[in-house]
Design a protein around this ligand. Structure first.
Ligand code: DO4
Ligand code: MG
Length: 272
């Protein structure tokens, strides 16, 4: 994990309820489940990925949701069953990706926005899997549903991606992970809650990475989000003021408030 504290940005690992930094400092975790830290420390995205890629329709639940929503239904059934997965570029240069605690964006020109809680594969050198993190592939379902050719606009915009809070290096990559998501409103009321497991994924991480790297020079440190298996009911849309928490017991909690994408663009403009 990476954090910013009084001594600047530091890398560390979690050991017995503490973060132990590379310089040997021990910082107590306020909460071992979410890996929250005291206010003097800011959790950062665990990597600055040169590129973020996503796989889509890797869970039956995602396939069914897209078949129902889309004006063009066949593409989703075909890609779910095909040997070649759906892969798309989500971000490059970290312009649209935020770390824990930072606001994610929803498009102002969309009325149907959702969080997509996903396991992120962190790529090491030579296509090796360095570890796993949590990702939020925030998406506009009405834009995606209108026409599959609109997918880049449904997926790529200011604040459309969050990753963190830590990188988990599993002993066994095939061991399934539980993914729990909760969305609350400004009063703390739960407006959506659900859970899935990577046991429901149709493809392995290794298979997705192999396809991604085929004739494609993706730099080490990039992250591949592996698809969502959790789709809120059609009546649900994210709105500014919502707070998204994605919890994976082995990794921690990725928590982000929701704002308009246009607000994030304005904030960046005012910072020059
Ligand atoms: O085909 C649309 C994207 C699907 C996606 O992002 C997912 O299944 O997670
Ligand atoms: Mg997704």
């Amino acid at each position: 994990m990476r954090l910013r504290g009084p001594d600047g940005v530091e890398n560390g690992r979690i050991e017995n309820g503490h973060v132990v930094t590379r310089s040997g400092k021990k910082i107590e975790l306020l909460d071992r489940v979410t890996i929250a830290l005291a206010e003097t420390y800011e959790l950062l995205a665990p990597v600055n990925p040169p590129e973020v890629w996503c796989a889509g329709v890797t869970y039956e639940r995602s396939r069914d949701a897209r078949v129902e929503e889309s004006a063009v239904q066949d593409v989703y059934t075909l890609v779910y069953d095909a040997p070649r997965p759906e892969l798309f570029l989500k971000d490059a240069g970290g312009r649209r990706t935020v770390g824990p605690g930072k606001p994610v964006g929803i498009r102002d020109d969309s009325a149907w926005n959702v969080p997509e809680p996903e396991i992120g594969v962190v790529l090491g050198e030579h296509g090796k899997i360095a570890g796993l993190t949590i990702g939020n592939d925030v998406s506009s379902r009405d834009i995606e549903a209108a026409n599959p050719l609109y997918l880049p606009q449904a997926k790529i915009y200011a604040g459309a991606c969050a990753i963190g809070p830590a990188i988990y290096v599993p002993k066994n990559l095939d061991a399934s992970l539980r993914i729990h998501m909760r969305v609350t409103d400004e009063h703390g009321q739960i407006v959506f809650e659900g859970e899935t497991s990577t046991a429901n994924m149709r493809r392995s991480y290794g298979e997705l990475v192999q396809w991604l790297l085929l004739h494609n020079p993706v730099p080490a440190g990039s992250v591949l989000l592996t698809g969502t298996g959790l789709v809120p009911p059609d009546s649900f849309s994210l709105r500014p003021g919502h707070f998204v928490e994605i919890h994976v017991p082995e990794i921690g909690t990725l928590a982000n408030p929701v704002v308009r994408a246009s607000e994030l663009i304005e904030r960046n403009d005012s910072h020059g």
